[in-house]
Design a protein around this ligand. Structure first.
Ligand code: GLU
Length: 501
């Protein structure tokens, strides 16, 4: 097989949505599976839509996910530059070539003239008319004006665009690796602008020229680009270039399964739709990210891999390297993939459980320090080990078990009234004493025997003991927890509790 080269080609118009991360991931997996090259190309030719910070966000987000590039604006490579705004001159020459060969033409219409054309067509009963085989003859372009006039307008340089001359009545067949044959009739296509009045190419020209010059072998991108691909195939034919293989990914749908998941849906449904938080200066928009919501990047990657693909068997847990091994385009589904946040949480839980305590502690420690709490890393490691089966994200460790680091500020009143019997006070005092006298020992068996030997019921004592130590009713094994928090500290907590009730 010839050299496998794939690119991820985002436009830096804002933070990268998880749909974009999935596209990058599938490109990466395919490239790596075939020992190919993975390239980042920044498609920033629409200067009005470029957003400061978006490019670095994209790079940082993918790096966090473990998706790395072999070539790109941030690392260089043999096909530089990788930012389209730095390649402006290249496109101009190709646009000219198309005009010279009769595949494109100059158009000089103003916005008002375009509006007028649409109105005229509306009067004839045609809504939303395009600049195409039906209308181009009534417009101001190098096909309709005499050569002298065209030349004059070209030299004047106002409103000059280059448009593709779409042939009439031609079937354009896309051999999509996911969808099979998809046919567009050329009459459905408009004479797209390929070079704008500011001398910048549009997406279509830049994308095709760059995919060709950068020797891209496979284009894996979202379904929304499918109709553009018809234009792109014409461009490849006009240039006499061999097109890459195309694969158009299914949409990611809202949790309801109805409609495309949008960046606003995060706020609507209460889950992140961005990998990292997006909080640009001077902008009102602030979106939280999977990272900030306590997700492990491995879990997000595994979840996203399965959003539109599966290995064809029951297995669900795959590391990035395992995904590279099993990934194939044939197993990508055709229909939209429903975004199921519960599934994302399930993945995160699986990865947290499987993660070693040392790594978890490293993630938990900064959260503690942000609250001004400094604990020995070994303590945090043991804490992580006790808690990891009980949380679905990293932030929940502290949210649900702050009592490992602080004495409870209050106690669950319902449990007090239901379980605490003042006549048992002496038992708690004795247990506190036992703890005090047995520093560092695991006291589970000793305390349970003491309770039974002294005629108390475990059910009367243990829940209250937990309440005294944690303030609540949930948590890991009571005695494992006491052992970690420390027998002296727990004895003090029991005393405090008895004073307060
Ligand atoms: N710049 C396009 C985007 O923002 C790239 C689409 C493609 O991969 O061709 O998604």
């Amino acid at each position: 097989m010839e050299n496998i080269r794939l690119r991820f080609a985002p436009s830096p118009t804002g933070p990268l949505h998880i749909g974009g991360v999935r596209t990058a991931l599938y490109n990466y997996l395919f490239a790596k599976k075939h020992n190919g090259t993975f390239i980042l190309r920044i498609e920033d030719t629409d200067q009005n839509r470029n957003v400061v910070g978006a490019e670095s966000y994209i790079i940082e987000a993918l790096e966090w996910c473990g998706i790395s590039f072999d070539e790109g604006p941030h690392i260089g490579g043999n096909f530089q530059p990788y930012r389209q705004s730095d390649r402006k001159k290249i496109y101009l020459q190709y646009a000219k070539q198309l005009v010279e060969n009769g595949f494109a033409y100059y158009a000089f219409d103003t916005a008002e003239e375009l509006d007028e054309m649409r109105k005229t067509m509306e009067d004839k009963g045609i809504q939303g008319a395009k600049y195409n085989y039906e209308t181009r003859a009534m417009m101001k372009n190098s096909l309709t004006l005499d050569p002298g006039e065209s030349q004059r307008l070209l030299t004047k340089g106002e409103n000059v665009t280059v448009r593709l001359l779409i042939p009439k009545d031609e079937d354009i067949v896309i051999e999509d690796l996911i969808r099979g044959e998809v046919t567009f009739n050329s009459n459905e296509l408009d004479d797209k602008i390929i070079l704008k009045a500011d001398g910048m190419p549009t997406y279509h020209l830049a994308n095709v020229v760059d995919d060709h010059l950068m020797k891209i072998s496979h284009v894996i991108r979202g379904e929304e680009w499918l109709s553009s691909t018809a234009h792109h195939l014409l461009l490849y034919a006009f240039f006499g270039w061999k097109p890459p293989f195309f694969a158009h990914l299914p949409l990611i749908l809202k949790p309801s399964g109805k409609g495309k998941l949008s960046k606003r849906d995060g706020a609507v449904f209460g889950f992140p739709v961005f990998p990292l938080e997006w909080k640009p200066e001077n902008e009102e928009e602030h979106f939280s990210g999977f990272r900030e919501e306590g997700f492990l990047p491995e879990a997000l990657v595994n979840f996203l891999a399965f959003l539109g693909w599966n290995p064809g068997d029951e297995r669900e847990i795959f590391s990035l390297n395992e995904l590279i091994n099993v990934f194939s385009i044939e197993k990508i589904v055709k229909s939209g993939a429903r975004f199921d946040f519960d599934k994302a949480k399930w993945y995160n839980q699986q990865y947290i459980i499987a993660e070693n305590n040392e790594k978890l502690a490293v993630m938990i420690q900064p959260q503690l320090e942000a609250k001004g709490m400094y604990f020995d890393i070994k303590y945090i490691e043991r804490f992580a080990g006790l808690m990891k089966e009980r949380v679905v994200n990293i932030s929940e460790f502290l949210e649900s078990a702050g009592y490992f680091f602080n004495r409870p500020a209050e106690y669950d009143e319902k449990i007090i009234s239901k379980k605490y019997k003042p006549e048992n006070k002496v038992a708690f005092e004795e247990i506190a004493q036992l703890l005090k006298e047995n520093d560092h020992l695991h006291m589970g068996e000793t305390i349970k025997s003491w309770i039974s030997n002294h005629g108390y019921k475990l059910g009367d004592i243990l829940p209250v003991l937990r309440l005294a130590v944690t303030g609540g009713t949930q948590g890991p094994d009571l005695f494992d927890m006491i052992h970690l928090i420390g027998n002296q500290e727990c004895a003090a907590r029991i005393k405090l509790f008895l004073e307060r009730v």
